[in-house]
Design a protein around this ligand. Structure first.
Ligand SMILES: Cc1cc2nc3c(=O)[nH]c(=O)nc-3n(C[C@H](O)[C@H](O)[C@H](O)COP(=O)(O)O)c2cc1C
Length: 368
């Protein structure tokens, strides 16, 4: 019986009642095609269509103009953006959903094209060796400008303001993007952070930026409504290939998250099987088994998890919730499909990042 599936059981996430354990993973969809980087009616429709998820984590949203590093992504740094997010969160709530905003700063994973030719800001002047999705296509990243202490303090303030703005816009909480290869990870990664001040060097210092953000956010947002996406599964591209200390560094970071009364940890499994290399022991479910022991709060598992494995991860109590990314693109009513064990529709790859309704809001629900 579908109703006995662990994925379809309700969950109490702090003060929110989630209808099920199926989380919509954060996904950039590049539909904010306006100069002000505002979400639109299309965003409201898109997220409302997916409100049967127990929890939606929004696409990454910019905390400041400096954070930009992907084309046509909405922000949460102007009053106008806050005003335009309100109908989006209202639409999700009217449809019975719960939605958090993911707060994003791309750091060196951006491109000078976004800043009139000026290099983006990052912990150190190290080219991350990635491709940045600019309005005119993917371009190799450049050597960024090393942030001054003033830059760091301003960016921490920007995160805190964006978190406040998210709550003002009606989001139920926020998630800090401290994973993959973006700014917070650039601080955590010893290859992209070669600072010699108290933000570089030992992991205690490299993690300072993240924890100062959490502290700053806590001044105005209840940390029970603040989650963190973190873990050792980086992009495995450019300078973001796990080194010998990657596991110990993540253990340090995730262990210290216990000091805060946070909403959740979103933990990515490995994107590819780490057959050899420093993370080889974290293949498959081992990532979740390992960090389950270390983190005392709600854990959301993600990356390549099908319905069967999601149910198994929950039944084995390795995690509390399971996030689905690509499956939500073409299956707006994913929990209903899981309930009836219906086959899943496939997304149209060419339409993932825009430009309009096609491949965004035109995937029909199961009963069409
Ligand atoms: C189109 C697309 C956009 C994404 N954008 C983001 C993002 O903005 N922030 C983020 O943390 N992860 C992002 N991701 C990663 C997803 O949250 C998720 O980790 C990934 O899709 C793996 O989960 P899945 O196998 O269920 O798709 C994106 C993934 C996809 C496919």
């Amino acid at each position: 019986m579908s109703s006995t599936q662990p994925l379809l059981q309700p969950y109490r996430l702090r003060d929110d009642s989630l209808a099920n354990r199926v989380v919509m993973a954060p996904m950039t969809r590049s539909r904010a095609r306006n100069r002000e980087l505002l979400p639109t009616e299309l965003h409201a429709q898109y997220y409302a269509q997916r409100a049967s998820a127990g929890l939606i984590i929004s696409e990454g949203v910019w905390i400041s103009p400096e954070a930009v590093g992907w084309h046509d992504v909405p922000g949460l740094f102007t009053d106008e953006q806050v005003a335009h997010w309100k109908p989006v969160t209202d639409a999700v709530h009217d449809a019975g959903g719960v939605i958090f905003a993911q707060l994003w700063h791309t750091g060196s994973a951006s491109h000078p094209d976004f800043f009139d030719g000026r290099a983006p800001l990052a912990p150190s002047a190290v080219n991350p060796g990635l491709l940045a999705p600019t309005p005119t296509g993917r371009k190799p990243t450049a050597v960024p400008l090393a942030m001054s202490k003033r830059d760091i303090q301003r960016t921490i303030t920007d995160f805190a303001r964006a978190a406040r703005n998210a709550m003002a816009a009606g989001f139920d909480g926020v998630q800090l993007q401290a994973g993959f290869n973006y700014l917070i990870s650039q601080f955590l990664n010893p290859r992209t952070n070669v600072r010699t001040d108290d933000y570089g060097g030992p992991i205690e210092n490299r993690a300072r930026f993240l924890f100062e953000i959490i502290e700053a956010v806590s001044a105005s947002v209840d940390l029970r409504r603040v989650g963190v996406k973190a873990g050792p599964a980086w992009s495995e591209r450019g300078e973001f290939v796990a080194g010998a200390d990657a596991l110990a560094d993540s253990e340090h970071v995730i262990g210290r998250l216990n000091d805060y009364d946070l909403s959740h940890l979103l933990l990515m499994g490995m994107m590819a099987d780490p057959a050899a290399g420093p993370l080889k022991d974290l293949a498959g479910d081992e990532m979740f088994r390992h960090f389950r022991k270390l983190y005392q709060g709600t854990v959301i598992a993600n990356v390549g998890i099908d319905q069967h494995r999601g149910n198994a991860l929950l039944a084995d109590d390795l995690v509390d919730l399971v996030a689905y990314g690509q499956a939500f693109i073409a299956n707006p009513d994913l929990p209903a499909r899981f309930a009836s064990r219906a086959p899943l529709a496939e997304p149209k790859p060419d339409l993932i990042y825009g430009p309009d309704v096609a491949g965004y809001t035109d995937y029909p629900p199961l009963q069409g």
